[in-house]
Design a protein around this ligand. Structure first.
Ligand code: NAD
Length: 466
């Protein structure tokens, strides 16, 4: 065997797994066809946060008078905004290269396919530099990620010019003046928020009856109101029937609320979910089970083919970087013979729009659908001292407790910096905290996190500041 472990794909699933493998003494190689860090660092989580920060600062400049401040005019250099985002991505990708070196992980640049072998499939890599290399290992982990799903049936495939996926939306030559975003998940909403901040006329189209449909209904409703105040427009319960080219952009034909209409814009962004990268890996020949574009795995990420595991986006939802890292660490600890905790830790989700949205665990509706009796608490930022001082009074915290046991089973937030706060509730849920621990915890004053305490108190009739 050349290695104890070969990992295919160096996103936050693959590269974190490689580091943990190296810590556990496994001789490890990682194969990557594009850039270390995968979609997250290069084309997703990180460069979008850089763009969003530029948009947020620019938008705030429009509200300086609220803080007793003023500057002469405001403007942006779009190329520099994009360039900053690319530099941030590059810096982090180089950081991953450093980490691979530090942990003595061999990076193989090329595209991998699998061939039948024992005790694990062989990895055949078409090397970027030319030629091929066959690698044998005791174990193989697939961490090939996912890509944007498209809707060929509506006429126009993403062409990088008029119809974009997240990839093109990250590196456009100019800021579009008008934009239609199809899909109101995290990707659609983040791009809508960024381009709106820079002044674009943005309409978001959502097939379901509310935006951010995975979030708690109250959060979806508050998000829509907050975004509408910023000038974003929405069509929900909408069906896009056709995309077609116009002289200056794209026309999007849709039906919403029984009414047909056509929206024209310079650009359309398609953000209707993602599809696992399961193709051209040799999975069929190995007999790997694939269900709706995702590799089927067991409770230790095993695929059922000896020595072959899958983690992260390619192994199904939730399609989040931190879920991929979590699964990878679990998987490699299992391979190394440890007894890691199960994969059922609560996984927080964040959308970095203005305002931000963050949640963990069950929504109120999902808890009720499970037959649980719930105790729900709420606390708005408009009465939180720090939020008022900071001028960030939009939004609220909502907690969902199991009425029978007192366990926290869900938390939902919308407002400034809530993506930094949700971890408190994730920790509480991981430790199976009940209202007793949350109420007994001392929250620093003045902070927006006090709203988390108050929302817990509120669920048990003890709210203080309202
Ligand atoms: P998504 O599945 O979260 O959202 C897609 C939305 O598009 C859904 O609300 C769906 O109802 C809607 N939709 C589907 N078909 C449609 C159609 N024909 N017309 C109109 N609407 C339609 O997918 P996404 O936003 O593309 O993101 C992909 C994954 O990446 C998600 O799982 C997301 O959580 C993850 N992600 C997370 C972050 C983050 O954590 N900040 C950021 C980006 C992406």
């Amino acid at each position: 065997m050349d290695f104890d472990l070969v990992i295919i794909g160096a996103g936050p699933g693959g590269y974190v797994t490689a580091i943990r493998a190296s810590q556990l003494g496994l001789k490890t190689a990682i194969v990557e066809r594009e850039a270390l860090g995968g979609i997250c660092l290069n084309w997703g989580c990180i460069p979008t946060k850089a763009l969003l920060k530029s948009g947020e600062v620019y938008e705030q400049l429009g509200h300086l008078a609220d803080y007793g401040l003023s500057v002469e005019g405001r403007s942006f250099d779009f190329a520099k905004v994009v360039d900053r985002s690319r530099k941030v991505a590059k810096q982090l990708s180089s950081g991953v290269a450093f980490l691979m070196k530090k942990h003595k992980i061999e990076v193989v640049e090329g595209t991998a396919t699998l061939e039948k072998a024992s005790p694990a499939p062989k990895v055949v890599v078409a090397l970027k530099a030319g030629g091929s290399r066959t690698i044998t290992a005791g174990n193989v982990i697939l961490a090939t990620g996912a890509r944007a799903r498209t809707i060929p049936a509506i006429g126009l495939e993403p062409d990088g010019e008029r119809v974009w996926t997240y990839r093109e939306a990250l590196v456009p030559k100019a800021c579009p003046k008008s934009l239609v975003v199809i899909g109101s998940g995290a990707i659609g909403i983040e791009f809508a928020s960024f381009y709106r901040a820079l002044g674009a006329d943005v309409t978001v189209i959502e097939a379901l009856d509310r935006i951010l449909p995975v979030e708690d209904e109250e959060v979806s409703a508050a998000a829509r109101k907050a975004f509408e105040r910023r000038g974003l427009k929405f069509r929900v319960a909408a069906k896009v029937s056709k995309l077609s080219k116009t002289k200056t952009g794209v026309a999007v034909a849709l039906e919403a609320d029984g009414k047909a209409e056509t929206l024209e814009a310079e650009v359309a962004i398609v953000a209707v979910g993602i599809a696992g990268n399961v193709e051209n890996l040799g999975l069929e020949a190995l007999g790997v089970k694939v269900d709706r574009g995702h590799v089927v795995i067991d409770e230790h990420c095993a695929t059922g083919v000896a020595g072959l595991y899958a983690i992260g986006d390619v192994a199904g939802p939730p399609w989040l970087a931190h879920k991929a890292s979590h699964e990878g660490v679990h998987c490699v600890e299992h391979i190394a013979g440890l007894k890691p905790n199960g994969l059922n830790a609560p996984i927080p989700g964040c959308t970095y729009a203005q305002p931000q949205i963050a949640s963990v665990g069950l929504t109120e509706a999902a808890a009720k659908a499970k037959g649980l009796t719930v105790k729900v608490g709420r606390f708005p930022f408009r009465v939180n001292g720090k939020a008022i001082a900071a001028g960030e009074t939009e939004g609220f915290v909502k907690t969902v407790f199991d009425g029978a046991t007192g366990a926290l089973i869900g938390a939902h937030m919308i407002g400034g910096e809530v993506t930094e706060m949700i971890q408190g509730f994730a920790l509480a849920m991981t430790m199976e905290a009940t209202e007793a621990e949350l109420i007994a915890t001392v929250f620093p004053h003045p902070t927006m996190s006090e709203a988390m305490h108050e929302a817990s108190l509120d669920a048990f009739g003890q709210v203080l500041h309202i």
